[in-house]
Write a protein that binds this ligand. Structure first.
Ligand SMILES: Cc1ncc(COP(=O)(O)O)c(C=O)c1O
Length: 408
């Protein structure tokens, strides 16, 4: 495995080995077909091997795959992102979400001259050392509060607070011990890494107010939500303007690309203009930029997000109704085309409630779906993603298979 959750440990079965993907399906090396709701962890909003992305990428590849020199396609994608997300006045491309969040935090520290970084338990921002404190995603699945191999001296500048807990967070942010030392608060505005757990609007408003008051930066980690929950991401949905935004997944159109960006005055602190160092051999790689640009063209088609949500609801609406009607101890939490079916709770609002879920029931559920040709993320604390190439027949088959399991 080149990333831990792919081991399928949480669902107690051997991992799948993928051979190829077509639209909304993955075919494994034994040629079994699966309707795919993982979508490369949210990157594939247009499904596998989308012809428009492939054609453009093939042309781009024939021009050379990497230069280590600026190419004009980087400017084109930058312009497109800035047009869609107005809080981003300047942007820098990197190759993974981890690089984006890690660099955004360094920039925030460089800009503010402060050290402490605040994150929220159950949010995942990639695997930089200073984030791996009570982090979500695979770290949560492995039931570790942090990773081995991280010096205590590094973690001591990070604080993890309970998600959605307005009063507690406000009081800690105002604690005399921290108040003047906080460089940034980083948050997933819709958490996707303990399953889908949206932040409440008052919680995000409080973070915006407090960071402004303290002279620290608010960083939205929109690696999942960027271009997923709407053209302008979660910040548009909630109407809150962060200082910096991290993007990944969809922005690379299925290739390794990510980005961070925000207010020009902050971004100008990056080298070469400023003193905060950040660099990458393959940053802004033209093939990945081309794929990302095509992906962003496609999401601008009329009614794209309305249609995506309509498709998602083919599954979620009847399942939600069934759960409620039959008083089953489970729930679906959904924002647009991302959702999670949680077993063992009717509401998950933070890491504490996410840790009380029925993981064995989820493992049975995963295997039931898998045996019937439906592939969902192989862990309870993950988001499912619907693409705009999911067919109604596949969505209906998925819905019926879920309902069959619930009726057992
Ligand atoms: C919200 C969020 N931030 C950051 C990351 C890290 O991105 P990457 O896996 O590309 O390093 C992820 C990955 O899933 C994520 O979901």
């Amino acid at each position: 495995m080149n990333s831990p959750v792919r081991a399928f440990k949480a669902v107690h079965q051997l991992p799948m080995v993928a051979a190829y993907g077509v639209a909304d399906q993955i075919f494994d090396v034994d040629d079994n077909a699966y309707i795919d709701y993982c979508g490369s962890w949210g990157a594939l909003i247009h499904g596998h091997a989308h012809p428009a992305i492939l054609n453009a990428v093939q042309k781009r590849i024939s021009l050379g795959t990497s230069f280590g020199i600026t190419t004009s396609i980087e400017g084109e994608l930058a312009k497109k992102v800035i047009e869609l997300i107005p809080s981003i006045e300047k942007i820098r491309f990197v190759s993974s979400g981890t690089e984006a969040t890690m660099s955004a935090v360094r920039l925030a520290r460089g800009f503010t001259g402060k050290d402490i970084i605040i994150k929220f338990s159950g949010n995942y921002h990639g695997h930089a050392d200073f984030f791996l404190i009570k982090a979500g995603s695979a770290v949560l699945e492995l039931a570790q509060s942090s990773s081995a191999g991280i010096p205590a001296d590094i973690v001591k500048h990070s604080v993890s607070l309970p998600y959605n807990d307005i009063e507690l967070c406000r009081s800690i942010l105002n604690d005399i011990q921290f108040r003047d030392r906080i460089a940034a608060v980083i948050v997933e505005p819709v958490a996707g890494n303990m399953g889908v757990v949206p932040a409440t609007l008052p919680f995000l408003k409080m973070l915006r107010e407090e960071t402004l008051r303290m002279g620290s930066l608010l960083i939205f980690d929109e690696v999942i939500t960027g271009f997923r929950v709407g053209l302008g991401g979660a910040q548009e949905l909630y109407g809150i303007t962060p200082d910096l935004t991290c993007l990944g997944k969809i922005i690379g159109g299925g290739f390794p690309a990510a980005a961070f960006g925000g207010r020009e005055a902050i971004m100008n602190c990056l080298a070469p203009l400023g003193a905060v160092f950040q660099a990458g051999t393959l940053s802004g790689n033209p093939v990945a930029m081309e794929a990302g640009l095509q992906a962003l063209h496609l999401i601008q088609e009329p009614n794209f997000y309305r249609e995506l949500e309509r498709k998602t609801e083919i599954i979620t609406r009847p399942v939600k109704e069934y759960l409620l009607k039959n008083r089953i101890d489970a729930c679906i939490q959904q924002v647009g085309s991302m959702f999670t079916l949680f077993f063992g709770s009717t509401r998950v609002s933070d890491l504490e409630s996410a840790q009380k879920l029925n993981l064995e029931r989820f493992a049975q559920f995963f295997r039931y779906l898998f045996e019937r040709g439906v592939y969902i993320p192989p862990a309870q604390h993950e988001a499912w993603f619907v693409s705009n190439v999911h067919t109604e027949a596949h969505l209906e088959k998925t819905r019926d298979t879920i309902l069959d399991f619930l009726r057992l």
